[in-house]
Ligand binder design. Structure first.
Ligand SMILES: Nc1nc2c(ncn2[C@@H]2O[C@H](COP(=O)(O)OP(=O)(O)OP(=O)(O)O)[C@@H](O)[C@H]2O)c(=O)[nH]1
Ligand SMILES: [Mg+2]
Length: 290
């Protein structure tokens, strides 16, 4: 008999949830970056093993919302947590457990239907002693079925984590065909690749102000037309850069990855557009897919 069900990864922004999702699935399905608040939707990855099937739901990092977008993302986290079988609280080994973690652990406790485990991420970035102290402290502040230290970067303990998570699931048949890795639409993945490249290139508040939409995708011709949205006119110039240099760089990095994703040489055309204060405007949010 196999086990199957859903686990969601929750934690503060930037703790490595999406990197871990990709490492477990063995393919990049979620974009990642060194900037907090990279993930903006629930991304599902499917992991099938002899013992069962685990659907990983990677979520946006939980933070105090300062915009309508932030509120919507927190709502998304709440509604997802009410549906999953297992909640995996993620906390990085190289940061002290703080009030943000404490609050989140309390929040998670409200979802009584789900079992809870803790994942300590980025173990490669600390000494053994520090990791041990972190694990002990975590064990003291809350009750988890398991506490698993991992490094997505080094691939440490990933097999063990996958198996432990499956063991927490109810018995049941596979939910997706065995070869499935994600149910993300190709169109959405394309937009996310472009956003990822822009995120790492841009500074200050700009990463938060970015959104990407697809205007046209012609797989036969290998042509992609996408829009990079910013919130203010002044940001438009920054994204375009001197004589278009910034946008060119973002475009060429995105194209390289899209060539691989689509398995063909593609032509990518990016346009920078302004959606005034879109993170706070319900109408604009709707237009951008939130
Ligand atoms: N050293 C180290 N860094 C890691 C590891 N996993 C993730 N990171 C880095 O941590 C940063 C954040 O990673 P993400 O996976 O985007 O984090 P996230 O939790 O999904 O962030 P949000 O989507 O903003 O909530 C990136 O710079 C990653 O390269 C790891 O195992 N070791
Ligand atoms: Mg993420």
């Amino acid at each position: 008999m196999t086990r199957s069900g859903f686990v969601s990864f929750v934690g503060r922004p930037n703790v490595g949830k999406s990197t871990l999702t990709n490492a477990l699935i063995g393919q990049k399905i979620a974009i990642t970056s060194s900037r907090p608040q990279t993930t903006r939707k629930a991304i599902r990855g499917v992991l099938t093993r002899a013992t069962g099937q685990l659907v990983i739901v990677d979520l946006p990092g939980v933070h105090r919302p300062r915009t309508l977008l932030g509120e919507r993302l927190n709502d998304l986290v709440q509604s997802t947590l009410s549906e999953v079988d297992l909640i995996a609280f993620c906390t990085p080994a190289n940061e002290k457990l703080g009030p943000g973690d404490q609050r989140l652990i309390e929040e998670i406790g409200k979802f009584t239907k789900a079992r809870k485990i803790a994942i300590v991420t980025k173990t490669d970035s600390v000494s053994k002693d520090r990791l041990l102290a972190h694990l002990l402290e975590l064990g003291q502040i809350a009750q988890f079925e398991e506490i698993v230290p991992v490094s997505a970067l080094k691939g440490d303990q990933l097999d063990l984590l996958a198996e432990l998570m499956i063991q927490q699931l109810p018995e049941g048949p596979l939910l997706y065909p065995e070869e499935t890795i994600t149910d993300e639409a190709l169109e959405d993945r394309i937009c996310e690749v472009v956003r990822e490249k822009a995120l790492e290139r841009l500074n200050d508040e700009l990463p938060h102000s970015l959104a990407v939409t697809l205007d046209e995708f012609d797989p036969e011709q290998g042509k992609i037309f996408a829009s990079v949205w910013v919130e203010r006119d002044s940001q438009k110039g920054i994204v375009i850069g001197k004589a278009g240099s910034m946008l060119k760089q973002i475009g060429s990095e995105a194209r390289e990855e899209l060539n691989q994703l689509l398995g063909q040489r593609i032509h990518l055309s990016l346009q920078v557009r302004v959606a005034k204060e879109w993170q706070r405007d319900p109408k604009q949010l709707g237009k951008l897919g939130f």
